[in-house]
Design a protein around this ligand. Structure first.
Ligand SMILES: NC(=O)c1ccc[n+]([C@@H]2O[C@H](COP(=O)([O-])OP(=O)(O)OC[C@H]3O[C@@H](n4cnc5c(N)ncnc54)[C@H](OP(=O)(O)O)[C@@H]3O)[C@@H](O)[C@H]2O)c1
Length: 391
């Protein structure tokens, strides 16, 4: 890792909603030993963020501000070579994210984001993974609620199951949260470009090596009613693919590993409404005028107030089976989309900058790149990982 860079961490996107929450988290938790800076395209807006941080910690009045605009390649390059770890909340990522991934892959700079966009992650793998392996950069996507609780929750569950045997894990997600402008616009981008997503998935599958002598699968089998109270619907987010990549990278997941990812809902009527609503949103996103109307539901930069976020929560239950053993675990925490996402992102950046980690490079998952170190950090930061039952 390049030690001679001016900054340990640069946060790109602090003028946005999630980036602002992440900046506040770093301000409260990075500590005086960490050299960090904010980057963005508008100096005035960056100054306002800095003034807000300095109101609670006057030492941050001199926090360095860097100019960076995704449309200005030289500014992105300058950020990538100035830091050991670059954190970005600038999205939609499929639209805006590639220049920074490319620059970090070239410069050997560690990179973390909070994307949940499968197209972006697959395209970045095909275009920049090999370069990042050569430079030593760790490119870690999905360091927010997508996909940290799921990726590290499965990692934690596997640790409580026997070694060297086939394992099957299922995750059941329950959430109370809000969708802000940036997330809505990114989700509509995914829905509008499903053919691009499928092309990216196929292009990745054609070049990505499979684990030698081991099998890793995403299970789409329906869940027996007895396993979950209420209804469980398959959750077609990026999370199961991230878990499968961790399983492919880590032998500890055993010779034959499968993972199923579900949203758990109390009532059948809620499950039916969610399924119908998702299909309607996907259908509407195909039509540019309807997509423009949907975007107007939330403006970029919008998000819920601290009071609203305080009432939000997430709880993911994992049922793991293998070698005659069964373990049920749970990962839980507060507001998934913003407070906990900002915490996971900032702790992942601090983890890459400060902790003794396994030797990895290229596009890597949170479990493969940071595993126990990030899990310990999150537990200390108030995210709960616990075993509910084991037998
Ligand atoms: N994984 C998760 O669980 C999770 C949770 C929350 C959000 N997200 C994702 O995170 C992303 C950000 O969400 P958000 O709600 O924070 O969005 P937001 O409030 O709209 O913020 C977007 C940020 O991107 C910056 N930006 C836009 N275009 C730029 C450009 N050309 N060059 C430089 N900066 C540019 C904006 O800067 P200006 O202020 O200058 O406009 C702003 O700082 C979205 O993709 C969202 O889906 C993921």
């Amino acid at each position: 890792m390049p030690a001679d860079r001016p900054y340990d961490i640069v946060l790109f996107g602090a003028t946005g909603f999630t980036g602002g929450v992440a900046a506040e988290y770093l301000a409260a938790h990075a500590g005086p030993g960490v050299r960090w800076a904010l980057a963005g395209r508008d100096r005035g807006r960056l100054e306002k963020v800095r003034a807000r941080l300095a109101a609670t910690d006057p030492a941050l009045a001199d926090l360095p501000l860097l100019h960076a605009d995704t449309a200005d390649a030289a500014s992105i390059e300058a950020v990538a070579v100035s830091a050991r770890v670059v954190v970005t909340t600038v999205g939609p990522y499929a639209e805006l994210g590639e220049p920074l991934v490319a620059a970090c892959a070239r410069a050997g700079t560690d990179y973390v984001d909070i994307t949940g966009e499968p197209t972006f992650v697959d395209e970045m793998y095909v275009r920049h993974h090999e370069q990042a392996v050569r430079s030593g950069a760790r490119i870690v996507h999905a360091c927010g609620f997508d996909s940290v609780p799921h990726d590290l929750g499965v990692y934690y569950t596997v640790k409580h199951l026997p070694e060297g045997v086939p394992l099957r894990v299922e995750g059941f997600v329950r959430v109370k949260g809000d969708v802000g402008g940036g997330t809505l616009h990114s989700a509509l981008g995914i829905f509008a470009e499903i053919p691009r997503m499928l092309r990216a998935e196929r292009a990745r599958a054609a070049v990505e090596p499979r684990p030698a002598g081991r099998r890793v699968r995403i299970s789409r089998r329906p869940v027996p009613r007895a396993k979950v109270r209420g209804r469980a619907l398959p959750m077609p987010t990026i999370d199961p693919a991230v878990v499968a990549r961790s399983a492919a990278a880590l032998d500890r997941y055993g010779p034959d590993f499968s993972y199923g990812h579900f949203i758990a809902l109390r009532r059948t009527a809620t499950a039916a409404a969610l399924a119908a609503g998702s299909l309607t949103a996907i259908a509407l996103a195909q039509l540019p005028p309807a997509r423009a109307l949907l975007k107007r539901l939330r403006t970029a930069g919008d998000g819920p107030s601290p009071a609203d976020r305080a009432g939000n929560w997430f709880r993911v239950t994992f049922v793991g089976e293998g070698g005659g053993r069964r373990v049920v675990t749970e990962v839980s925490g507060g507001d998934p989309a913003y407070d906990e996402t900002a915490k996971m992102l900032a702790e992942a950046a601090l983890c890459l900058a400060q902790d003794d980690l396994p030797d990895t490079a290229g596009q890597v998952t949170t479990a493969a790149a940071m595993g126990d170190a990030l899990l310990d950090r999150l537990v200390k930061a108030g995210v709960s990982f616990r075993v509910l039952s084991a037998g």
